[in-house]
Write a protein that binds this ligand. Structure first.
Ligand SMILES: *Cc1c(COP(=O)(O)O)cnc(C)c1O
Length: 432
């Protein structure tokens, strides 16, 4: 796996210790590098485009804490805001103006959101949005797509049977089958399957929840018309459309993927970027629906640390940077540079692969066929991906350690760094 004198000795020692203390040595499964084999890299610190590991290596970071660090690490205005907030106390469990400031920044950027509730993670956001959708509609069934990840709440830990809409079977022990009985699944990009579900359960479906770009199975953009059709079907059947923009929100446009596609969902979930690297999630939408949330309404949802002052400060400072003119054009240019470089390197080395990109998100499937859904993504070559991953790591490029994850470009990556990444990719392709 590793060649030459690239040593991860200290990381390996720390991982051995962690494995005695934490399940699998980590606090979130993908971090353990099981998707690529071998032990994870332990991080010492980060700055701008770089991660520094405990063995003295420096990497260009394309994981960005799985999305939030769009400005790069330790961005000065964000650090200043968090330091200033920390001097005023970490948490009060009482309202602060910062919550309204961050709320206003999100609401101004995303017109479908009129009222928003902050929580502590994306998981909490989707879980709470579904509770609200069920309360609002008085129905219990939900529709999700196979390969879409919405956090680890019980009713969402369901995978679909290949392309066919099926009754949900839980993905994890500990999730009672009763909990997922009301979770219906369809294949991503298959609007006809959703139409069929509405035909079968005309008065039972509370909501359809969807990643507007499926980015937890690699990167699968919506087929033209797919999201629009979901909007139409949900409206027609008096169900809610919940767009999970935990990853795409403030990533592919200030207004998220809903802005790019031009749809207006009933509810939207956020996380990742809106916390600037601190733990934040949120759900928001139409006032009439959101006003059912306690204490305005009867739907209970609460959090000791929700709206935490440090997290709000990081989120406000991050969104203020992203609002400056030209940021998303810049991200698009960086994405284009990577795309052109990778495509050329693939051609030059006669590698059959699918390079997929939306703005500053990209993914490489070692697959001869285009990837349109989870089944296609699963078929891509895992071993080739692992070779590519380790080769890139040795060359100082830190990619997500799984073929089911998207890479992220930050504003801190300049053209020279992007070109360095392309050269590393070309070298890795030449050895595959
Ligand atoms: C990351 C993610 C989540 C879960 O967010 P956590 O903060 O990890 O709980 C939910 N939905 C999508 C689309 C995500 O990418």
């Amino acid at each position: 796996m590793l060649t030459g004198d690239f040593s991860l000795e200290r990381s390996q020692a720390l991982f051995a210790e962690a494995q005695q203390l934490l399940p699998g040595g980590v606090n979130s499964p993908v971090r353990a590098f099981r998707g690529v084999g071998g032990d994870p890299v332990f991080i010492e610190r980060a700055e701008g485009p770089y991660l520094y590991d405990v063995d003295g290596h420096r990497y260009l970071d394309y994981v960005q804490s799985w999305g939030p660090m769009i400005l790069g690490h330790t961005y000065p205005s964000v650090v200043e805001a968090v330091v200033a907030a920390s001097h005023k106390g970490f948490s009060y469990g009482a309202p602060t103006q910062a919550e309204s400031q961050l709320a206003r920044l999100v609401i101004e950027a995303v017109p479908s959101v009129e009222v928003i509730r902050f929580v502590n993670s994306g998981t909490e956001a989707t879980m709470s949005a579904l509770r609200l959708a069920r309360a609002y509609t008085g129905r219990s069934k939900i529709v999700k797509f196979s390969g879409c990840y919405h956090g680890h709440a019980d009713m969402l830990l369901v995978q679909a049977g290949s392309g066919v809409a099926t009754m949900g079977l839980p993905d994890s022990p500990g999730v009672p089958s009763q909990t997922t009985l009301d979770t219906l699944t369809a294949s991503y990009n298959d609007a006809a399957a959703v139409e069929q579900l509405f035909a079968t359960y005309p008065n039972d479906i509370a909501a359809v929840i969807v990643e507007p770009i499926a980015a937890n199975m690699g990167l699968v953009p919506p087929a033209p018309g797919f999201l629009e059709k979901l909007r139409e079907l949900t409206q027609q059947h008096h169900a809610l459309l919940i767009v999970d923009e935990v990853m795409t929100g403030f990533r592919v446009a200030l207004g998220g993927m809903q802005e790019r596609v031009g749809i207006t969902p009933d509810l939207t979930c956020f996380g990742k970027i809106i916390g600037g690297g601190l733990p934040v999630g949120a759900y928001g939408g139409r006032r009439e629906i959101m006003n059912m949330v306690a204490p305005a309404g009867p739907v209970y949802q609460a959090g000791t640390l929700s709206g935490n002052p440090l997290a709000m400060a990081a989120g406000i400072a991050t969104l203020q940077e992203l609002r400056k003119p030209g940021q998303y054009e810049l991200l698009e240019q960086k994405g284009q540079r990577i795309e052109e470089g990778f495509q050329k390197a693939l051609r030059d080395n006669h590698i059959q692969a699918q390079f997929v990109r939306v703005g500053a998100m990209f993914c490489l499937y070692f697959s001869e066929q285009p990837v349109n859904n989870y089944e296609d993504a699963k078929r891509s070559d895992t071993r080739r991906f692992a070779s590519y991953f380790w080769s890139m790591l040795e060359q100082g490029i830190y990619l997500p350690p799984s073929k089911f994850e998207s890479c992220f470009i930050s504003l801190a990556l300049d053209d020279a760094m992007l070109d360095e990444t392309i050269r590393a990719a070309a070298k890795s392709f030449s050895t595959l």
